[in-house]
Ligand binder design. Structure first.
Ligand code: SAM
Length: 330
């Protein structure tokens, strides 16, 4: 039974756990200059041991899914140790990850063998040049090869995410290209509406486009909205009888987006964040130092949850303490 419930009756079986702030890509909307060490930054991310203690404790709160994120989770040298420990020792039934697909062709087999249960890969454009401009890396092909390898290994839960960007991937022509990609490919492709963060206001003003444009495209092309499953998150999913894959949409500015919130976040430095755009984070790291602190840790997480607000108020321009998504684990 899930004991993580907030004052609005929402349940939280799902944790997004960032394991590093470091990212090797330079996505124009997130870290356009790349990850930079700020003065005093010791890169003191949680150790594998602290993460292990944390995930074991979370499983006792009924958490049944953890998504590893970052930064870019795969840049951590002990990434596979963390993943394997979580799969083998934590009692969390589902461990997934969000990645920019870095070296996916090389590590696909290892991910499968470690028991990863699902992967979200960020691909903002299927055009090699556009991809390169957006990320600073000419790596589209290695990601696509990596996806093929995963599919050959019968890896089931593959999702591709793209941030919807004005003039870059928001034309009907772009939508058709993504459609061709999932036509005979059992992959969920989802657009995420660009979110304003503390760092990207100018970029946001220039490049944000409402997800309505994609919704209109889906309706015009006979995609059918799938109703939410019991523990589904805030994404809207669409199916079509001619397509093996699904389209999806994550529209944080839409009305009622937060009603289906089912996730909490823990940053790479061990702060519990109740909302991606909340104003506070509370450190739980001091309670990850030895095994007999577990009860205190569980108590703190449960108490904190009562402070979770009803909405992120993003539509009012509130970005909370989120400077960019790599620091919170998008
Ligand atoms: N490095 C990994 C990756 O690229 O998927 C994981 C971290 S990244 C912060 C997670 C997701 O957040 C990516 O899909 C990225 O495109 C998305 N993202 C980052 N900044 C965003 C923003 N301002 N608005 C919407 N999505 C954003």
């Amino acid at each position: 039974m899930n004991t993580l419930t907030d004052t609005f009756g929402r349940k939280f079986p799902y944790i997004r756990l960032s394991i590093t702030d470091v990212c090797n890509y330079k996505c124009t909307y997130c870290l356009p200059q790349g990850y930079k060490k700020t003065p005093g930054d010791k890169r003191d991310f949680m150790s594998a041991e602290e993460i292990s203690r944390l995930t074991k404790a979370l499983s006792e709160l009924g958490v049944c899914k953890i998504r590893l994120t970052g930064g870019e989770p795969t840049v951590r040298k002990d990434f596979f140790d963390i993943l394997k420990d979580m799969k083998q020792n934590s009692n969390i039934p589902k461990v997934t990850m969000t990645t920019n697909g870095y070296r996916l062709d090389k590590i696909a087999q290892q991910l499968h063998e470690a028991g990863l249960d699902g992967i979200n890969i960020s691909i903002d454009s299927l055009n090699r040049e556009t991809f390169k401009k957006l990320t600073g890396h000419d790596r589209l092909q290695e990601i696509l090869t990596g996806i093929k390898i995963l599919q050959k290994l019968n890896f089931k839960n593959i999702k591709v995410n793209a941030v919807l960007l004005k003039g870059i991937n928001d034309s009907y022509d772009d939508f058709e290209k993504f459609g061709n990609f999932i036509k005979n490919n059992k992959i969920d492709f989802r657009f995420i509406e660009l979110m304003q963060t503390g760092d990207n206001l100018d970029y946001f003003k220039k490049n944000h486009v409402s997800s309505k444009i994609f919704k209109d495209y889906l309706h015009k092309n006979n995609w059918i909205h799938q109703t939410h499953g019991k523990d589904a998150g805030p994404s809207l999913n669409f199916i079509h009888s001619d397509f093996e894959g699904k389209f999806g949409l994550i529209a944080p500015y839409s009305k009622d987006f937060c009603k289906t919130c089912n996730r909490l976040r823990i940053t790479s430095r061990g702060d519990l964040r109740l909302c991606l755009f909340g104003n506070t984070g509370i450190s739980i790291r001091h309670l990850l130092q030895n095994d007999n602190q577990k009860e205190e840790l569980l108590d703190l997480v449960i108490k904190q949850l009562h402070l979770k607000k009803e909405s992120h108020y993003l539509e009012l321009g509130n970005t909370g303490i989120t400077t960019n998504l790599s620091s919170t684990g998008g």
